[in-house]
Design a protein around this ligand. Structure first.
Ligand code: SF4
Ligand SMILES: [Zn+2]
Length: 360
């Protein structure tokens, strides 16, 4: 059994490296002083509504994606990265450029710092830049919430102590891509390369410093039927909540360039999840959490072939209700949704395992 498991792991790893192809070399050279992206949007901050500034710092990219492991099967963030790593000064200029978007915006504010990998990885974001960025945030009283993203191996006691000291009594969350609570699914279907214990330890370290964990839950990794993916996401939500996470962020897979998911999709062997499945997982999450955990979902490419979609007729109304739910946590927004395609989705849930057909 171990031998077969190891062989499948190797096959997925090699396929991920192949799918990544030359995308590392083909990355455009970008201005090292501008972030990859920065945008503001309404968001929930504690029990009130405020404004979130999301910043994607342009870095050299995720260590896991650059390694011989080939990165995760659905992720092309490497393509957003820079061909050389910016200096500490350049990273700080990126951050300052993004912060200008908040010049005329009032409190409460949330700052979400993304990279094409892990903000807490010192090989990706120099320790000096991390310090400067967090120090600047600490000096802005409008900022009530900070979200940082990292793989669990960089969530250490020393780093988290520093984060807490710098950010004072603000609400802080660490976004970690748990994806699935099943080590098998995370390893074989996602090629994530860390185990549940590692995630669990990060939650504990965060808790010691009153820092919450935002668990990213993936809906429908490759090699899974709609039904098994739906059940896996629901179980992951339940497990993540019982481990003590403070936010569940549900991410339905979208087909990104130069990924294993894309190569399967191009061969007709992968379909992104149905929006009906997204709604089911959100309903489940709400009922398990009893309102004590924030549940959010901002599906990328929703309604398009590369993103979570239904029949085309009902997609926009369902996506609207998902966004509304993420803002106000009112699960009744899903009550009146209906469309003829719901029957087809039910049919897929029942029969896809048997027919081995991908229902588009
Ligand atoms: S999902 Fe996260 S850990 Fe996986 S390759 Fe992308 S950035 Fe790296
Ligand atoms: Zn429909």
């Amino acid at each position: 059994m171990d031998l077969i498991y190891g062989q499948i792991r190797d096959a997925v790893r090699h396929a991920s490296v192949r799918a990544r192809g030359e995308s590392i070399e083909r990355r455009r050279s970008k201005s090292p002083t501008k972030p990859s992206a920065a945008w503001t949007a309404p968001c929930r901050i504690g029990s009130s509504q405020g404004t979130a500034l999301s910043i994607v710092l342009s870095s050299i990219g995720c260590t896991h994606a650059r390694s011989e492991e080939g990165g995760c099967t659905m992720c092309s963030y490497l393509l957003d990265g820079a061909s050389r790593n910016p200096t500490a000064e350049e990273f700080f200029l990126q951050f300052q450029t993004a912060m200008r978007k908040l010049e005329k915006v009032g409190a409460p504010l949330s700052i979400k710092i993304y990279t094409s990998g892990s903000f807490l990885d010192p090989d990706e974001i120099p320790v000096d830049s991390r310090y400067q960025i967090l120090k600047t945030i600490s000096e802005d009283d409008r900022i009530k919430e900070v979200v940082l993203e990292s793989r669990p191996e960089f969530v250490t006691e020393a780093v988290i102590t520093e984060v807490r000291e710098l950010l004072g009594n603000r609400s802080v969350e660490l976004g970690i891509g748990l994806e699935s609570s099943s080590d098998f699914v995370r390893s074989i279907c996602i090629n994530k390369n860390f185990n549940l214990d590692s995630f669990r330890e990060s939650v504990v370290v965060g808790k010691r410093h009153d820092i919450g964990t935002r668990a990213y839950v993936l809906l429908k990794p490759p090699f899974m039927t709609e039904r098994s993916a739906l059940l896996d996401a629901q179980k992951t939500v339940t497990d993540a909540i019982s481990l003590g996470t403070t936010t569940i962020s549900l991410n339905p897979v979208n087909v990104q360039r130069n990924t294993l998911v894309e190569s399967l999709w191009e061969k007709g062997k992968y379909r992104p999840p149905w929006l009906w499945s997204v709604v089911e997982v959100l309903r489940h999450a709400y009922s398990v959490s009893g309102g004590a955990v924030n549940i959010v979902c901002d599906p990328v490419a929703a309604g398009k072939n590369r993103g979570t979609h239904n029949c085309g007729n009902c997609d926009s109304s369902i996506v609207d209700s998902i966004r509304t739910f993420s803002l106000n946590q009112d699960v009744s927004v899903f009550d009146d949704l209906n469309c003829e395609c719901r029957e087809l989705w039910n049919h897929v849930l029942e029969h896809e395992d048997v027919s081995l057909q991908i229902h588009t």
